[in-house]
Design a protein around this ligand. Sequence first.
Ligand code: AMP
Length: 427
Amino acid sequence: MKILIIGSGGREHAIAWKLAQSPRAPVLYCAPGNAGSEHLARCVPIPAHDIGKLKAFVASEGIDLTVVGPEAPLAQGIVDEFRKEKLKIVGPTRGAARIEASKAFAKELMTRHKIPTAAARTFDSAAPALAYLETQDVPIVVKADGLAQGKGVVVATTRKDAEEAVRSMLEQHAFGEAGSRVVIEQFLDGVEVTCMAFADGKSLVPMVAAQDHKRVGDGDTGPNTGGMGALAPTPVLTSSLRTTIARTVFHPILEGLSRVGSPFQGVLYAGLMIAGGQPYVLEFNARLGDPETQVVLPLLKTDLVEVLEAVVEHRLDQLEIEWHDRAAVCVVMTSPGYPGPYASGEPIEGLPEEHGGEVVVFHAGTRREGSRVLTAGGRVLGVTGIGPTLGIARDRAYRTVQSIHFAGRHFRSDIASRAIQSQTPAR
Ligand code: AMP
């Protein structure tokens, strides 16, 4: 069996790593992949957005199944294109991917199906948006409607900041077409969690829930990033909250998408705020999250090939998906300067071999040059520790992080700390 994974980050390396463990021993390909996925897969230099070339490669190489990592090709309609040629692919159609590609569409669907989320209004010109802001309290959240590489959300603590965000999106077109509509929504105060579910259009199976760390600095300080680390399972979600999320979020959104003629197949990602003990949706994504994938897939016991085939063939309800009763913590190592402009091309020293399933180093922004591995992105590596508890998983991750060096390396030193403290009974 031949499987192609599209994308080049830590998420895609984690998908390849998990697929490589399948008893079906699939032959793996990555497009384009990185210096980590190279060990598991044949890397082909086709960018994730080049749908025509990807389709031609899949046809000529006789690939049996394609897995899409990032959101951009999904929003471009890669799944629709592959299906026209009867090529098997895991991911939502362009119509279903609107749940991520348009925050206004997602909001409308949530409102229609009474899915708990922050109250919001959508605007496509600045004057009414600014007038609306006059009537609102701060903090308030301004979001570009479309895909803006994780940069289109401004949590404004003053009205002036909110107005500037509106002007930059609707008047100065800071995010181009993606910011030609904005959603202004009520600020929610609480704890953020990530719940993802495999979905086959008709039924879905939630995964273990995770928590990301978005800010660049310790103690949740500094600018937002693509994610500085993650943990799973999160102690924030009790089993009753997980049931509530399935009932009030996942099932209604799956049903809602089917009703608008876009049944969702792939991975449905819900970014949730738990406020006052209740879950509220901050955003939906149409694919696996990164870095969350780097802690969730190591805990999956069932063969991922089986799961993905069940997704494509609408048979998730016939598969029992099992998880290891363990914990995982991922610490992301970044280039200096990230998430601003950063240096790259630095040699990475001290990369360990995988040992005993306790630590896995997932590559994000790396490339090989001869025998050396060089930095080639903002997020460089995701070091995942796995263990019987979050505390042990974290210690394993950090021990390995300390042994990996590249010029100006940065990482947060408090990944999972809060979650671990919340589990420790007070004396
Ligand atoms: P999003 O891409 O919509 O998830 O937003 C990115 C980040 O902005 C989230 O991870 C939250 O930290 C924050 N955020 C988004 N919406 C809200 C909200 N309504 N209230 C508070 N924080 C929010």
